[in-house]
Design a protein around this ligand. Structure first.
Ligand code: BG6
Length: 488
């Protein structure tokens, strides 16, 4: 596949927290790949900052090790690596103190796009934003990049937005939700709005329900301290699943432009039916994995034997607007499930009258499956005649499109972060969350979390390697529907 590379202007990208995990795993390898793809102009520089005492050479050695681990084999010729590493600098800096800021100022050039990536603990976001303004490093055109957790609830999200707004206008703030950088997530918009086929059917009259699943096989991977305070609701639903729901449900924006798209997403979030104490038992399920199949329990991994945090959540959401009234959106996400699988399934209604009555009652009917990972692709489930002489028997078949097969290898698809970083440089906010979106999402999730706390129920236990608690299956069965299997 030959992908078109849109050139960007030369830039200075400052990474705060440059010795951290995200920089090593995603940001530096992502930039490297963009350079290999010809998208990073030679004059561009990446300036790492952190508290640790490092020389430029030591930082480059650290970046080199990160490339060995996280950048694709084929790109790693010594010359290309050297060219990339030569574009890296390091400044030791005390994020909230005085040290290092003058030196950083010296390294920044007036005639380049300037971006500050805050790859640090969220408690530092506000302080760094303030220092950037006080020191004059934040020019009217510079960009600031932050990533979840963007608050712990509505109040803290508002406070964070207010802190950022003191030094930066909304058009300078890039809030990353890395799900929006995934290839298939953007493809969702192409499928919906570049084809006349689906849009007439994309509403409650023709869609029975929508299922959004983000299943992970991993546990909490040493992140217990953060995760045990967050849980699946704050970690995944408030951001990633909400974004998937918005892109699936939103009205067609007037154009493919940042605010046009974000206005439509915001309207969806604001149209979500509230779930409070009265609805929470019927419309939500919380789960927590127990020990089994050779895995420790969630509580053990989190180091909190009495933890009531959910590692799984399922929700029956409703959107109270003309397009979707009466068509539920079932969301589920969890850790230590059978497989890593993220997909959106749009299940269409049955034909109004069946001339094949009495046959194959178990058929699912038409469904459009949009697979985010693994094996990005699209499948349309169709009902056809079972071949052979057995009479008019029906069966289901997939019309399948795997991006890797059709478009020549998913290895060629840019990772979410590399795409998003280049969008920052280009000044394109379409795939970033606006402050009001983040707040609206918290405004919907906060009452659910509060209701769980008020009712004091414990999450239902589930076995590692399965599909979550029984109650999650019941959430669908009660409505005479069922989840698609979680299969790799
Ligand atoms: C992160 C969550 O935002 O997304 C993690 O904090 C989760 O808990 C991860 O594992 C999943 O991302 P992906 O891209 O692997 O699906």
């Amino acid at each position: 596949m030959v992908s078109r590379v849109i050139p960007v202007e030369p830039f200075d990208l400052v990474i705060f927290g440059a010795t951290g995990d995200l920089a090593r795993r995603k940001i530096l390898p992502g930039l490297f790949r963009r350079m290999v793809a010809g998208q990073m102009p030679p004059e561009s520089r990446v300036i790492g900052t952190a508290r640790r005492e490092l020389t430029d050479a030591e930082f480059r050695a650290m970046a080199d090790a990160a490339l060995s681990e996280f950048a694709p084999e084929a790109d790693r010729t010594p010359e290309i690596r050297a060219t990339f590493l030569d574009r890296l600098d390091y400044v030791r800096l005390d994020a909230l103190g005085a040290e290092g800021w003058d030196e950083l100022a010296v390294r920044l050039r007036p005639d380049c796009v300037r971006a500050f990536y805050l790859s640090v603990a969220p408690t530092l976001f506000g302080g760094i934003a303030q220092r950037l303004t006080e020191t004059g490093l934040a020019t009217p055109d510079s960009r600031i990049v932050v990533e979840k957790p963007l608050g712990h609830d509505l109040a803290s999200a508002r406070a964070l937005n207010a802190q950022l707004a003191r030094g930066f206008s909304e058009r300078q703030i890039y809030r990353i939700d890395h799900y929006l950088g995934k290839e298939t997530v953007q493809n969702l918009m192409a499928i919906r709005f570049a084809n006349a086929l689906f849009e007439p059917l994309w509403n409650a009259r023709h869609v029975d329900h929508v299922q959004i699943t983000v299943a992970e096989s991993i546990g909490i991977e040493g992140r217990g301290a953060y995760y045990d305070r967050a849980g699946a609701m704050r970690d995944m639903v408030q951001n990633h699943l909400m974004q998937l729901l918005c892109l699936t449900a939103m009205e067609p924006p007037a154009k493919f432009a940042a605010d046009a798209v974000r206005d439509e997403k915001l309207k969806v979030i604001r149209s979500l039916e509230p779930i409070g104490v009265a609805e929470v038992a019927e419309r939500t399920v919380r789960g927590q994995y127990r020990a089994g199949n050779g895995f420790a329990s969630y509580a053990e991994e989190a180091g909190n034997p009495d933890s009531r945090t959910e590692s799984f959540v399922a929700i029956k959401a409703g959107i109270a607007n003309w397009r979707w009234s009466g068509t539920p959106f079932y969301l589920r996400t969890g850790k230590r499930l059978r497989a890593r699988l993220s997909e959106i399934v749009v299940v269409f209604r049955d034909p109004p009258h069946s001339i094949f009555s009495g046959q194959n009652q178990a058929l699912h009917g038409n469904a459009l499956i949009i697979r985010l990972q693994p094996d990005e692709g699209i499948t349309l489930m169709m009902t056809i005649k079972d071949p052979g002489p057995g009479g008019m028997r029906l069966t289901e078949v997939p019309l399948d499109m795997s991006f890797a097969e059709t478009l020549g290898g998913s290895g060629a698809l840019p990772d979410a972060y590399e795409r998003l970083i280049m969008d920052v440089i280009r000044g394109d906010q379409t795939l970033f969350m606006r402050g009001d979106e983040v707040e609206a999402a918290w405004a919907w999730t906060d009452p659910i979390i509060a209701a769980w706390e008020e009712l004091g129920t414990r999450p239902a236990p589930y076995d590692p390697g399965g599909s979550g608690p029984e109650d999650a299956l019941m959430l669908m069965h009660r409505d005479h529907r069922r989840w698609r299997e979680i299969e790799a």
